[in-house]
Design a protein around this ligand. Structure first.
Ligand SMILES: [Zn+2]
Length: 408
């Protein structure tokens, strides 16, 4: 048998396996909801904003102002399509879409930009990234998309907004999943947007510098949700197996699609349940993390959240009734949304599990506050040191190439 045929069969085998495993941890595409992202964009910085000059207005600039300077630096980057292609995002991004709070204004503070635009990466730029074969059929454009399943629509951005660390024996419950290597691009996206911010600042485009930093904020915020830094635990795998035998196979659901359904229900319930009574106080503070780079900051965000994934999913399992393990897919995506309260189960372990969930969420919010303050501190330090913009472009290129596009 020719090698190419063997390779093709192997690839198809992996695809079938992966498409069965798909979405084990995905489903709700937002780590925390939009309100949470906005809150996380400014509450951590309130206490330092004055000292760090985050309340000093900067002029709102059109994207063309940045593109002109980029084009002078690198002629192939002087338009939106090429810039989008350079960082491998969907070119149909409405870059200049403003929030109602910005309309009619000529300037805005960095604090406001970080607050409003930390939802930018949820605008569709990481969605519907596909390639077409000679027959016009769509295929995944990046290797890790395979492990998150969706090719189109909101869930197709999951591979950029989640990241599971590589499997490790010392942390095997939390790092369990498929494949065993690290999966997802959230840490490298946080770094790419940080470097874009540096580049924009270096080119004198402060507004876009803060906009890109808000983008980096988003991925770091996502990574602080344990459901976005883990895939499936052995315990959830067992629940999924039970669900498959009791209703999945009868409803013609694939075994691994049933697993995905179980994890999604837990994830979606947790986020909507927390929305009922959000507590943003732990985001506040002035403390930072003693780390020298965005790379280490992103890995810290991922790994510290991942460690909490088994405890969080277990506690959510304790306070929810068995319907979340049934065939109904909890809807937190489109109206009318499911109300989480009817699914709450007041069993003997309710208080203890509830305390664990609250503790983990508060821990993650406090960590988010520290990490985001640290990121702003790092960019302010970097801004004070002159850097060759071409070198920053090279750094971005290297980061993007860590997850190369699949050749058609
Ligand atoms: Zn996200």
């Amino acid at each position: 048998m020719p090698c190419t045929v063997v390779a093709k069969i192997r690839l198809n085998g992996i695809k079938i396996f992966a498409s069965c495993l798909l979405l084990l941890a995905s489903a709700p595409i937002q780590a925390w909801n939009g309100t949470d992202h906005h809150a996380m964009g400014h509450i951590p910085l309130e206490a330092v904003a004055q000292d760090w000059e985050l309340k000093t207005p900067c002029p709102i600039r059109p994207i063309n102002s940045l593109l002109e300077k980029l084009g002078q630096l690198e002629p192939s980057l002087g338009d939106l399509w090429h810039l989008s292609d350079f960082i491998k995002i969907n070119p149909a991004v409405a870059w200049e879409q403003l929030f109602p709070e910005e309309l009619g204004r000529t300037s805005i503070t960095p604090l406001e930009i970080l607050q409003l635009h930390s939802t930018d990466p949820d605008d569709g730029r990481d969605q519907n990234l596909l390639i077409r074969d000679a027959r016009g059929n769509p295929h995944f454009a990046f290797a890790d998309q395979l492990w998150f399943g969706s090719l189109l629509g909101g869930n197709s951005q999951a591979f950029r907004h989640l990241e599971k660390p590589p499997f490790s024996w010392s942390n095997r419950q939390a790092t369990f999943g498929f494949p065993f290597r690290a999966v997802g691009e959230a840490t490298s996206r946080a770094e790419i947007y940080y470097q874009l911010a540096r580049l924009a600042f270096e080119l004198g485009e402060d507004y876009w510098g803060w906009r890109f930093l808000a983008g980096s904020f988003h991925y770091l915020q996502d990574l602080h949700n344990p459901y976005h830094s883990g895939q499936i635990t052995p315990k959830l795998l067992r629940k999924g197996w039970k669900a498959y035998w009791s209703w999945g196979r009868k409803g013609h659901k694939e075994l691994f699609a049933t697993f995905a359904h179980i994890v999604s229900n837990s994830h979606r319930f947790m986020e909507t349940y927390l929305e009922k009574n959000p507590n943003y106080a732990p985001l506040k503070g002035t403390d930072t993390v003693d780390l020298p780079s965005i790379h280490e900051l992103a890995l810290l965000s991922r790994d510290s959240s991942n460690k909490l994934f088994p405890a969080l999913t277990e506690a959510v399992g304790e306070i929810t009734d068995e319907r979340l393990e049934g065939p109904h897919l909890f809807n937190s995506e489109r109206e009318p949304y499911d109300d989480p309260m009817p699914y709450v189960f007041h069993g003997p372990n309710f208080d203890k599990a509830q305390a664990i969930i609250q503790g983990i969420v508060q821990d993650r919010f406090a960590a988010t506050g520290r990490v985001l303050r640290t990121e702003v501190k790092l960019i302010l330090q970097d801004r004070s040191i002159k850097e060759d913009p071409k070198l920053i472009l090279q750094t971005i290129e290297t980061l993007v190439s860590l997850h190369p596009a699949i050749e058609p």
